[in-house]
Unconditional design. Structure first.
Length: 302
């Protein structure tokens, strides 16, 4: 018990805690995203055959995901307990920062689809009822802020790796620059939601939920985790084939160590060693943790 509390304290020194005010200040200094990239240059690279088949597979997944922002915002602000005063920073971040930044990710995705002469209708990923049904059927605990906060921590980190993936194999310097830029923002979003996870765990336990029950909810969300692309059922069926899905899973498997090193400290900061132990057997690419891992996380530089 002492080891767990010490681990949580030490890891919290290394893992950023981002407030709503921090996020809003950063957002106020941020440049409009799509205006930073030369989509004509990306089109020239596409027409010249410089963009790889592997990259195109990733882009099909990315464009679908990023263009669906209105659906995600509707879900995040309509959770069963989203309007609780204790979760105001979560809700305001979604509306005042996250939605605006993710809309610009979507704008980049749509401009990219045009540059690649891709037949893509953004409305195909904006059916709110269809997407929400798929999401909540796959993850019942995500109907409440605790479950969806856990989900967003993981999803934003996995999206970070997705953008890095096509940047690495693009064959286009401008497309690679775009992917790296968006990836950095996705990781920032993951850190913000991780900060809220700390807060939400404290709130639900104050409400009377036991620590074991709260941590079991975290584990269930991890076990059930799927990327949001799949819940755009019609567009997914049309655009995503087994090759693309297997390519993504193979890449995530290769990144298992990096994902583990990133998310391990986040969970340790939220709930200490006991929460890390609770996710050890969760069926996910996050992987397993040992007490040696916890010691490594505790001594990691900020």
């Amino acid at each position: 018990m002492v080891f767990g509390a010490l681990t949580k304290h030490l890891v919290r020194l290394a893992v950023p805690y981002i407030t709503l005010e921090d996020a809003k200040e950063r957002h106020s200094k941020r440049k409009h995203l799509a205006s930073q990239f030369d989509f004509a240059a990306i089109r020239r690279d596409w027409d010249a055959g410089n963009i790889s088949h592997e990259c195109k597979n990733w882009l099909d997944l990315m464009i679908m995901t990023e263009a669906g922002t209105p659906v995600y915002t509707a879900m995040l602000t309509a959770l069963e307990d989203a309007n609780r005063p204790e979760f105001e920073s979560f809700r305001r971040f979604v509306l005042e920062v996250w939605n605006r930044e993710e809309e610009e990710h979507g704008e980049c995705a749509i401009e990219l689809a045009k540059a690649m002469r891709m037949d893509f209708d953004p409305e195909s990923v904006r059916d709110k009822a269809d997407w929400a049904k798929g999401y909540f059927d796959a993850c019942p605990p995500c109907k409440r802020v605790l479950g969806t906060t856990v989900y967003t921590v993981i999803q934003e980190e996995m999206t970070y790796h997705s953008h890095r993936a096509y940047a690495e194999c693009s064959g286009s310097a401008e497309l690679a620059r775009m992917g790296q830029t968006i990836a950095a923002e996705e990781r920032y979003h993951s850190y913000f939601y991780a900060s809220r996870l700390r807060d939400v765990l404290a709130v639900v336990q104050k409400d009377g939920m036991s620590e074991d029950e709260a941590f079991a909810t975290v584990v269930e969300v991890i076990e059930r985790f799927q990327m949001p692309t799949k819940f755009h059922s019609k567009a997914y069926a049309r655009l995503i084939n087994p090759e693309k899905g297997l390519q993504a899973m193979h890449y995530f498997k290769k990144q298992k160590g990096a994902i583990k090193r990133q998310l391990g400290p986040i969970f340790a900061a939220a709930g200490g060693w006991k929460l890390v132990r609770a996710v050890v057997n969760a069926r996910t690419v996050i992987g397993n943790y040992s007490e040696a891992d916890a010691a490594e996380y505790a001594s990691a530089p900020s």
